[in-house]
Design a binder for this molecule. Structure first.
Ligand SMILES: O=C1C[C@@H](O)[C@H](O)[C@@H](O)C1=O
Ligand SMILES: [Co+2]
Length: 299
């Protein structure tokens, strides 16, 4: 059983309104989203595009519902822009998150990512040159130190369609960064990339000491295989239903929860499952995920 004093449960707003494709769920309001998160039994949320940009306004609305902000996605552009460009944007994001009550910032290098493009996510993902590896990892080291200035932590989100996607790339990223650069372990992206859950479990086991934040994302393997066979893009896959909540897809989260428990993981576990809200009602799927987590972990 996971310790409720150490592990808190959140859910991401991307199931209500998808910032990667804002037309998905454009009718869903911020208030509906955070109210349904609370009603489904979650006490945390990441930040979405419809959330108030004034941290005081945001904090008041979520405090009313017993929700805390636990993290927000932060795109970095070390491979495509001068370093100052990312650093300036990071400091703004860090200070906003701090005021909103979060102590974690999840970064992902987007300089040459294809996740938001029409390119085939399996065939055209970037592979970093040695020079790019140095830019990304040294950049992250600097951002982690900037996070620490405010008593915050940085975790890196490995992601489909980016240069840090496969287990070997995650190994190299962690070898080339300092220990205060943590890993945001997203189960869905690893199962998607490798085609089996054993690879995801192995990454978690190997790097549990660096894991600072967890995304509980499940996949429908049949849809992932279709994306691969038809050379589709990441976003085409999302529209088709590649992702869903834990308990609804093909991943058995039992070994994942076991590793977190055995290693005294302390932090947030965030249900994150973008799919078309017109097909998969976000509140219904939030309840489904919550019930599955309770059954598997007791939380
Ligand atoms: O953490 C995430 C944030 C999203 O914007 C992204 O595309 C999604 O797949 C994800 O895992
Ligand atoms: Co994620």
């Amino acid at each position: 059983m996971l310790d409720p004093n150490k592990v808190k449960l959140a859910i991401a707003p991307i199931a209500w309104t998808n910032d990667d494709m804002p037309e998905l769920g454009k009718e869903n309001t911020f208030e509906q989203c955070v109210s349904e998160m609370a009603l489904a039994g979650f006490t945390g949320s990441e930040v979405g595009g419809k959330y108030p940009t004034d941290p005081k306004v945001l904090k008041k609305a979520i405090d009313l519902r017993g929700i805390q902000i636990c993290n927000a996605w932060c795109s970095t552009f070390f491979t495509s822009q001068p370093e100052e460009y990312t650093i300036e944007a990071f400091i703004k994001q860090r200070d906003f998150l701090y005021e909103a009550g979060a102590r974690m910032i999840g970064c992902s290098e987007q300089g040459n990512s294809i996740q938001g493009t029409t390119k085939s996510v399996f065939d055209e993902k970037p592979v970093y040159t040695e020079e790019e590896w140095v830019k990304v990892t040294q950049g992250m080291n600097k951002l982690a130190d900037l996070a620490a200035e405010k008593g915050m932590k940085l975790s890196y989100h490995h992601h489909m369609g980016t240069g840090v996607q496969t287990p070997a790339e995650i190994d190299k990223f962690l070898e080339m960064t300092n220990d205060n650069v943590l890993l945001l372990f997203d189960a869905g992206h690893l199962v998607y990339s490798e085609g089996n859950q054993e690879a995801a479990v192995a990454v978690l086991k190997k790097h549990i000491g660096r894991v600072g934040h967890v995304h509980l994302k499940d996949v429908r393997m049949e849809k992932v295989n279709e994306v691969k066979a038809k050379k589709l893009s990441f976003l085409e896959g999302v529209r088709m239903g590649t992702f869903t909540v834990p308990g609804d897809g093909d991943t058995d989260f039992t070994p994942i929860f076991e590793i977190l428990e055995q290693n005294n993981y302390e932090g947030w576990m965030v249900v994150e499952a973008e799919q078309d809200p017109a097909i998969a009602n976000p509140f219904e799927y939030a309840l489904k995920a919550r019930a599955y987590i309770k059954e598997k972990t007791g939380l």
